[in-house]
Write a protein that binds this ligand. Sequence first.
Ligand SMILES: Nc1ncnc2c1ncn2[C@@H]1O[C@H](COP(=O)(O)OP(=O)(O)O)[C@@H](O)[C@H]1O
Ligand SMILES: N[C@@H](CCC(=O)OP(=O)(O)O)C(=O)O
Length: 358
Amino acid sequence: MTRSEVLDARRVVVKVGSSSLTTAAGGIDPERVSRLVDVLADVRARGIEVVLVSSGAIAAGLAPLGLSARPKALAAQQAAASVGQGLLVHRYTEELARHGLVAGQVLLTVDDVSRRAHYRNATQTLSTLLDLGVLPIVNENDTVATSEIRFGDNDRLAALVAHLVSADLLVLLSDIDGLYDAPPATPGATRIAEVADIDALEVEVGSVGAAGVGTGGMVTKLDAARIACSSGIPVVLAAADDAADALVGKPVGTLFHAAGRRRPRRLLWLAHATETLGTVTVDAGAARALVERGASLLAAGLIGVRGSFVAGDPIAVEGPDGVAIARGLVNYDAEELADLVGAQGVREVVHRDDLILL
Ligand SMILES: Nc1ncnc2c1ncn2[C@@H]1O[C@H](COP(=O)(O)OP(=O)(O)O)[C@@H](O)[C@H]1O
Ligand SMILES: N[C@@H](CCC(=O)OP(=O)(O)O)C(=O)O
């Protein structure tokens, strides 16, 4: 039986991991890139828009730098990515050109999906590229991302991009042919064909794949699936070798059914992509107002402020017991807010539209 979620999709985000693009020695395998591009070109020929999120910059930079394995130090990874990203996109550009398709490179940082203005820019750029018939190739902007503000893996980035472009489907291609009920090397581990409700899923996951070039392993793929499904986007996780079948809806890999409605765009990044820059502690009355009535947070409920932030930054909101209850975009700088503690003011610290309950 074919999967209607796949057949009905008009806009698809496909993510391919480093482990699916590299040779055993760790460099980029031009044949694997070529095979992937053939599949993507077929999808495009069916009138479906495609955004590719491709890892592999670091892997592509290893050989030119005379390195045999992914370096541990962040600066060395960034150097490898700087060398490799151009080579990687060059490969894609040449391969897509064989099919008469044009590639566009889009490098994103965490800020691009967490700051409101950047988010809008990223959305506009991607939708313009799609309108122009370009096939955007997205990666993290590794050369400028520091360890604190890094996605580090492209799985979550792909889910956020899927949301950003309002995709109908997210396809995660990996070296493994789906989600298993235990790390695949475990005797008796079996593939799960469908996940109806990801929040009810209980599986044992390991971290890194056999090739040793990927990051995050299944943990980050499940995070990505959770982000996409919770915003109404179904996910197929499949082996890169099964990409053609996965993209015509054959029952390969694992299908995660979407849950719920699409959330407003801004709030999705607030929930998943944001590093909060501070925390405000609120009293029990304010905590109840937020949770039970969906109210805005007013200064009168503040009992503490921590961190360093300016107006517009994402912050965490915790109750008097220190348990986080919400995230929001704050209307004041940290110093201004500290002065409002205990002031019994009615000033709005976080507007209800800028709050997401956890
Ligand atoms: N429960 C599980 N089901 C499937 N794969 C798992 C599981 N737990 C751990 N893994 C590992 O996750 C790996 C995929 O992650 P990763 O190496 O980061 O790939 P990619 O480069 O495609 O992002 C698989 O090769 C597998 O070894
Ligand atoms: N941005 C990095 C990708 C990080 C990474 O390895 O991700 P993945 O292979 O998807 O687990 C790169 O291009 O090398």
